[in-house]
Design a protein around this ligand. Structure first.
Ligand code: GLY
Length: 573
C-alpha cells in the first residue's frame, strides 16, 4: 500500500482544504473536467481508458446493448489497459435489465487442481515473500474469457465476432499509450525482463516508452482472433491452452490443460439491500464486497451524516467504526461459497449490523484489537479496473475485472501475448498473515484445489423507486468496498453530482492494520485534530480508488463520473 508517514501540516491542510471545497463546488456546478463530457439521453460508457470507452459507445451506436458493449470493453481493456484489463484474469458482473431483471456473474479465477493450502509457506510454516505475487505460481486459472462468453450468450444482441473485432483492431494496428502508461511501463522494464527473458509487447527493447507511442500486440491479436473464431475453446483449448501450459512448465506453475478445460464461470443471485429508500444491487461471494457494502450502509444508516457534513469528524468517526467491524467480519466469515458456508443471511441483517455498532464509543477510538468478528450462529498497486455501461433501453452493466497487481504476475504467455494474473495472493496464504493489501483471512479463504479466492471487487447498481439510479464500482484492492460506499453516500447523503462524488477525497479503514488512511486534503485540519485526540491513527497516503460510475438524474439523463485520479473517460451519446 502506498503511504507516507509525514505528519499533516495544519496550516497547509486548512489552505488546501479551502481550495478543495472550491474545487468540489466547481464539480458540483457542472465543471466536469477532461474526463467527462456531460449528460446524455441514449447511453453511456465510463472506463479506465478513453479508447475502451470509445469502443463501448461505438458498439451501443451500432445497436448493441449494454452487455454487447461490456464484452467489447472487457476485451478492449485487455489491449489498451494491460495493467488490469485482461483475458488472463477474472472479475464480476452485476446486471440490471431495463425490465428490472437482475443477475450476477462470477468469473473469478480458481486455484489449479494441484494447489494446496501451504503452497506459499516455507519449511517453518512462514509465508515466502513474493511467492504468491510474482511469476507463474502466483496465477490462478483465468476466468474472463469464459465470463464474457457466458454474458454474451445470455444477453448479447450483436454477433460474437462483432464485439471482439474492436479489440483485435486495437491489438493489431496498435494504440497510443498515455503518459501514465509510458511511465509505468518504463518503471517495470527490469521486472518484465526478469519474468519474460525473451521480451514481451510491454517492453520497449529499443528505447523508452513515450506518451503517444504506439503499442502493437500481434500475439494478443492472434489470440483474440482465435477467441473470436472458436469462442471459449479458442482460449481454454488448442493453441492458446498449449501456450499457457508451456509457460507453466517453463516457470514451474501449476495450471494444466484440464484446469483450463474445467474452468466455468458461475451465475449467482445478486445481493440486495436498502439504504435510505434506495435499493442496492451488488455482488455476492466470491466477492466480499457486496456483503461488506450492505453491512457498511446498514451500520451508518441511523446516523445523521448529512447534518454532520461530508468528511466531517463525526461522519468519519462513525464510518471508520463501521469499517472496523465490517472488515473484522470479512476476515473471518467470507470465502468461496462453493467451498464454505458463508453466513450471508445473518451478515446482511439490519439488526445484526446495528448491534455491531452498539459498543462504539464517541469519546475514543475502539482499538481494532478489541474488535472480533461478530458471532454468527451456525503501497502497493491496487490495479483492478471497473467499467459502467448503460444502453439506450436502460439496461445496465457494472463490471470490475482484475489481474490483481499491476500487470498481474508480470508473466506474459509466450506466443499468446497476454498477462497472467497473480490472484493467488488474494487467498489467505496463512491464517492471520496479511496479503498485499494488508488484509488478513482465515479458514474461509484458505487455499484449496479449484477454489476461488476471496475478492473485494464490488460492482454495484442502485435503484430508486424501482428505476435505475446509479451504476458504480472501482479498483483499489481492499479500498474498493470503502470507495464504492463513499461514492454512494456522496450522492445519496451529500447531494453530489456523479462527477463530484467520484472526485471527492476519500479515506479508508479495514480493521487491521489499526490505521485510517486519508487521501491528501481529505479532511480539514480541525477534524484531523479531533480524531487524533480520540486515538485514531491517521495516515496520509496516495490516491484511494478510481471510481467509474453513471447516475441517471431526475430528468432521465445519464451523468458520468470518470475518476480524475486516472486517464478514465466518460463518453455518452
Ligand atoms: N484482486 C483484488 C480483489 O479481487 O479484491
Amino acid at each position: 500500500m502506498q503511504k507516507t508517514t509525514k505528519p499533516l501540516n495544519k496550516l497547509k491542510k486548512s489552505l488546501i482544504y479551502l481550495s478543495s471545497v472550491v474545487l468540489l463546488a466547481g464539480c458540483a456546478t457542472g465543471q466536469l473536467g477532461k474526463n467527462n463530457s456531460g449528460e446524455y439521453k441514449n447511453g453511456m460508457v465510463v472506463s479506465a481508458h478513453p479508447e475502451a470507452s470509445q469502443v463501448g459507445i461505438d458498439i451501443l451506436k451500432k445497436g448493441g446493448n449494454a452487455v454487447d458493449a461490456a464484452v467489447a470493453v472487457q476485451f478492449a481493456l485487455a489491449v489498451v489497459y494491460p495493467n488490469a484489463g485482461n483475458i488472463g484474469g477474472g472479475g464480476f458482473m452485476v446486471y440490471r435489465g431495463a425490465n428490472g431483471e437482475i443477475n450476477a456473474l462470477d468469473f473469478r479465477e480458481k486455484a489449479a487442481a494441484s494447489a494446496n493450502r501451504d503452497m506459499y509457506l516455507d519449511a517453518a510454516g512462514n509465508p515466502i515473500v513474493d511467492k504468491s505475487l510474482y511469476g507463474h505460481l502466483a496465477a490462478g486459472v483465468p476466468g474472463s474469457v469464459d465470463g464474457m462468453v457466458e454474458a454474451h450468450k445470455k444477453y448479447g444482441k450483436l454477433s460474437w465476432a462483432q464485439v471482439l473485432q474492436p479489440a483485435i483492431d486495437l491489438a493489431q494496428n496498435g494504440f497510443k499509450i498515455t503518459k501514465r502508461q509510458a511511465e509505468e511501463l518504463n518503471s517495470l522494464h527490469r521486472k518484465f525482463m526478469e519474468f519474460n527473458p525473451n521480451g514481451t509487447a510491454f517492453v520497449n527493447l529499443e528505447s523508452t516508452w513515450q506518451e503517444n507511442g504506439i503499442m502493437v500486440q500481434t500475439e494478443l491479436a492472434n489470440t483474440l482472433k482465435l477467441i473470436q473464431e472458436k469462442g471459449r475453446a479458442g482460449f481454454y483449448e488448442g493453441a492458446v491452452a498449449d501456450s499457457v501450459v508451456a509457460e507453466m512448465q517453463r516457470g514451474k506453475g501449476l495450471i494444466t490443460k484440464t484446469d483450463l478445460k474445467n474452468y466455468h464461470s458461475a451465475w449467482r443471485k445478486p445481493i440486495t439491500g436498502n439504504y435510505r429508500g434506495y435499493k442496492i444491487i451488488t455482488m455476492p461471494p466470491t466477492s466480499s464486497g457486496g456483503i461488506a457494502l450492505i453491512q457498511l450502509l446498514q451500520s451508518v444508516e441511523s446516523f445523521p451524516l448529512k447534518r454532520w457534513g461530508h468528511n466531517a469528524d463525526s461522519t468519519v468517526q462513525v464510518i471508520v467504526e463501521a469499517e472496523r467491524r465490517v472488515y473484522a467480519d470479512r476476515a473471518t466469515h467470507l470465502g468461496d461459497p462453493d467451498f464454505y458456508a458463508v453466513p450471508q443471511q445473518q451478515m446482511l441483517s439490519a439488526e445484526y449490523n446495528k448491534s455491531r455498532m452498539a459498543n462504539f464509543n464517541w469519546a475514543a477510538a475502539t482499538p481494532s484489537s478489541a474488535v472480533l468478528a461478530g458471532e454468527i450462529k451456525g503501497a502497493e498497486h491496487e490495479e483492478t479496473t471497473h467499467f459502467s455501461i448503460v444502453d439506450h433501453d436502460g439496461n445496465a452493466v457494472s463490471i470490475t475485472t482484475t489481474l490483481n497487481g499491476s500487470y498481474g504476475s508480470l508473466v506474459a504467455v509466450k506466443g499468446a501475448g497476454f498477462l497472467l494474473n497473480n490472484e493467488m495472493d488474494d487467498f489467505s496464504v496463512k491464517p492471520g498473515a496479511p496479503n498485499m493489501y494488508g488484509l488478513v483471512g482465515g479458514e474461509a479463504n484458505a487455499i484449496a484445489p479449484n477454489k476461488r479466492m476471496l475478492s473485494s471487487m464490488t460492482p454495484s447498481i442502485v435503484e430508486k423507486d424501482g428505476h435505475l439510479f446509479m451504476v458504480v464500482g472501482t479498483p483499489g484492492g481492499s479500498t474498493i468496498i470503502t470507495s464504492v460506499f463513499q461514492t454512494i453516500i456522496n450522492v445519496i447523503d451529500f447531494d453530489m453530482s456523479m462527477q463530484a462524488a467520484v472526485a471527492a477525497k476519500k479515506f479508508h479503514h479495514q480493521w487491521l492494520p489499526d490505521e485510517v488512511y486519508l487521501e491528501p486534503d481529505a479532511l480539514d485540519s480541525l477534524s484531523v485534530q479531533k480524531l487524533r485526540a480520540k486515538g485514531y491513527k491517521l495516515e496520509v497516503r496516495g490516491p484511494i480508488g478510481r471510481v467509474d460510475a453513471i447516475l441517471k438524474n431526475k430528468w432521465g439523463n445519464y451523468q458520468g463520473g470518470a475518476d480524475p485520479r486516472g486517464d478514465d473517460k466518460a463518453i455518452g451519446y
